[in-house]
Design a protein around this ligand. Structure first.
Ligand SMILES: NC(=O)c1ccc[n+]([C@@H]2O[C@H](COP(=O)([O-])OP(=O)(O)OC[C@H]3O[C@@H](n4cnc5c(N)ncnc54)[C@H](O)[C@@H]3O)[C@@H](O)[C@H]2O)c1
Length: 355
């Protein structure tokens, strides 16, 4: 099947299964491993396996579900499992899961024997719309998100929307946040179209998924190693990661996408005060985000957030650097801000003030 250039190694729906079988037939892999978490093994891999005859020979590696699996501990366990199974450079790793599985599994593949071939098979909306695409892999270190990682290109990304049938509702919302981010960053109409999807039906039109990926791929193609334009994809993530790390220590952890959506709300407010984003444009977007991504009842104290923000890997020295928006659909990276501006915007947005 011919893919548009921006989808060079991304295969959708039925074409994904066909590609995998044909590609595998054309290679001579010594062994095949499939990495899943316990949920994606049960809900996704078991149902998928009979559709692709090649998968019959796969050995399954299982990790516990959840962000805590993006750890050096799991990385070491997986290196050991591959070693013990006699995996060599001609072994294939197929990562079947959400962003945790594709980030961790991607790093395993990038590092084991200095790199083995791998395929990303995202099963959550977040991983289909963002995490599995673009070549970033990684794990967390201490409280720092994605502190250790590598850029690594999978042989392909296989997007099978039917996996989404078993995705829990909160995960749909989390995934949609990254799609909304792509719209705010590069295409305001996309932001509004994604925000208008009726999520009660748990359906994401394939054309919106494809468009969100095209927006991401266009930025990644310009700057695969994040030296310049790719930084735009971090919109909402400076504060988002700090909030995600803070709430991970509480009894109400925030999903990645929810934390990013809160970061987007504050980025909108700062874009008005620091980059001249027209307040009426910002206000409408803010209202849409507030409706679906409320602030947790337990506020994160600034004293706890500030060190997390200062440790963000996008900063240089001790400045806080953020991506802001001169207009909806246009992002500008590397805006240096005093911490006090961020604190003020955060408090105003959390209190529900208008822009
Ligand atoms: N590499 C990148 O460019 C990039 C970009 C964005 C986010 N991320 C990372 O992605 C991670 C978040 O990804 P996520 O939200 O997919 O988290 P996740 O992998 O933890 O998945 C969320 C939950 O949904 C379950 N699940 C996934 N697919 C399912 C399905 N089809 N049916 C039933 N349950 C299913 C998982 O088991 C898990 O419990 C974060 O660690 C984030 O840092 C990476």
């Amino acid at each position: 099947m011919i893919q548009p250039p921006e989808f060079k190694n991304i295969y959708f729906a039925q074409a994904a299964d066909v590609w995998l079988q044909e590609w595998a037939d054309s290679q001579s892999f010594s062994q095949v491993f499939v990495l899943c978490d316990q949920h994606t093994y049960r809900h996704c891999f078991q149902a998928w396996r009979p559709n692709v005859p090649f998968l019959a020979r796969a050995q399954v590696l299982l990790i516990p579900p959840g962000e805590a699996s993006k750890s050096s501990h799991q990385l070491r366990l997986l290196w050991s499992a591959l070693s013990q199974a006699g995996a060599d450079r001609h072994s294939l790793l197929i990562n079947v899961g959400g962003g945790v599985t594709t980030d961790l599994g991607g790093l395993v593949a990038a590092t084991y024997m200095r790199g083995i071939p791998f395929v990303q098979v995202p099963t959550s909306l977040l991983a289909m719309a963002d995490a599995a695409v673009g070549g970033k892999t990684g794990i967390n270190h201490g409280e720092a998100k994605n502190r250790v990682g590598a850029f690594a290109t999978p042989a392909a990304v296989l997007i099978r929307p039917s996996f989404l049938e078993t995705l829990p509702p909160a995960e749909w919302y989390s995934g949609r946040a990254e799609m909304l981010k792509h719209g705010l960053m590069a295409d305001a109409a996309h932001f509004h179209a994604v925000a208008a999807v009726d999520f009660e039906q748990r359906r994401m039109p394939l054309e919106l998924l494809r468009h969100t990926l095209a927006l991401k791929q266009a930025v990644v193609a310009q700057d695969p190693r994040e030296q310049g334009p790719r930084k735009k994809l971090n919109l909402g993530h400076t504060l988002g990661h700090a909030l995600e790390s803070f709430y991970a220590r509480t009894e109400q952890p925030l999903r990645h996408g929810h934390a990013v959506a809160l970061g987007l709300q504050v980025a909108l407010a700062l874009s008005v005060t620091h980059l001249g984003l027209p307040p009426e444009e910002a206000q409408e977007a803010l209202q849409r985000l507030r409706a679906d991504y409320p602030w947790p009842a337990l506020p994160a104290p600034w004293a706890a957030l500030e060190p997390l923000l200062r440790g963000d890997k996008k900063n240089k020295g001790t400045e806080i650097r953020m991506v802001l928006l001169p207009h909806l659909g246009e992002a500008q990276p590397d805006i240096s801000l005093p911490a006090s501006a961020l604190q003020t915007a955060l408090e105003q947005v959390r209190a529900g003030h208008a822009l």
